[in-house]
Design a protein around this ligand. Structure first.
Ligand SMILES: NC(=O)c1ccc[n+]([C@@H]2O[C@H](COP(=O)([O-])OP(=O)(O)OC[C@H]3O[C@@H](n4cnc5c(N)ncnc54)[C@H](OP(=O)(O)O)[C@@H]3O)[C@@H](O)[C@H]2O)c1
Length: 245
């Protein structure tokens, strides 16, 4: 991976490129789009948009995180499993003081989750389910048996409260939000994101489909922090100065 900004460098290690600026709480969004802004390929999945560089960065961003926040829609479409670390990344993560994989954190209003899937049954670090109090008590109890339950909000998931509970009660200070578009919309709309890591794939899809984000309460100004590339993929890292998280 090559760094173009702030200082050009060849052969940059993705784990180093993904290293946060400080040790404090952080909420990062990681997202890949085609050059025309689409969030999924013709098969309705995001994996086909990113190449080897994006996959390396995806793994490196995960290796720095305490929790991986994902919308239930994406977990269902993409068949999410637990966080599994490659040996080299596990060693680097351990050297940075994180001895277990990150927790997958599923955000859902409906609790329509497959509790027998590997994201629950094969997780070394228990998977967290974030939902609201309006869900049926029996479904909440089942989710609590399968993983860790966080109830935030009454009729809707209160994301600012959820992020606070994940940090204060569950030790998940550094959260990586992997989408999808509806969750990103809520996270950005609530001013919770400190950083946006956006991969632009060298591809115009020219199709209909989910886009990066829909309507927000207002503009979100971004500060460009770094630019890397590999094989034509552009990795843009922005700080979000207006974050209120
Ligand atoms: N390009 C990328 O980087 C990327 C990343 C991720 C996903 N994707 C693509 O995006 C598509 C999926 O889009 P999507 O918008 O359906 O994904 P999503 O945001 O992951 O899922 C939407 C669902 O997640 C839950 N959810 C999201 N935000 C919530 C909130 N604020 N409060 C409560 N629940 C919330 C709800 O689940 P319930 O229905 O269970 O209530 C909602 O129906 C797929 O094609 C996927 O491949 C692309």
């Amino acid at each position: 991976m090559r760094r173009l900004l702030p200082l050009p460098a060849e052969d940059v290690d993705p784990y180093d490129a993904a290293r946060p600026a400080g040790d404090g709480p952080l909420l990062r969004i990681n997202f890949v789009v085609s050059a025309d802004g689409l969030a999924a390929d013709e098969d309705g999945r995001s994996g086909g948009l990113g190449g080897p560089g994006d996959h390396d960065l995806f793994r490196a961003l995960r290796a720095h995180a305490d929790g991986i926040l994902v919308g239930a829609g994406t977990a269902r479409t993409e068949g999410y499993g637990p966080h599994r670390l490659r040996a080299d990344l596990a060693a680097r993560r351990a050297a940075d003081g994180r001895d277990r994989p990150a927790a997958i954190v599923l955000v859902t209003r409906s609790l329509a989750l497959d509790l027998t899937s590997e994201v629950f049954t094969a997780a070394v670090t228990p998977t967290v389910v974030v939902t609201c109090a309006a869900t049926p008590a029996a479904a909440r109890a089942a989710a609590a048996r399968a993983g860790v339950l966080v109830v935030a909000g009454e009729d809707q998931v209160d994301l600012p409260l959820a992020v606070r509970l994940l940090r204060e009660d569950h030790g998940l200070a550094h959260l990586l939000c992997e989408g999808g578009p509806r969750l990103v919309q809520s996270v950005l709309g609530a001013g919770l994101a400190d950083e946006l890591c956006l991969t632009v794939a060298p591809l115009v899809l020219g199709a209909e489909g989910p886009r990066f984000v829909g309507r927000l309460p207002g503009r979100v100004p971004l500060d460009l922090a770094s630019v890397h590339d590999q094989g034509g993929e552009l990795f843009l890292r922005y700080r979000i100065p207006a974050a209120r998280g």
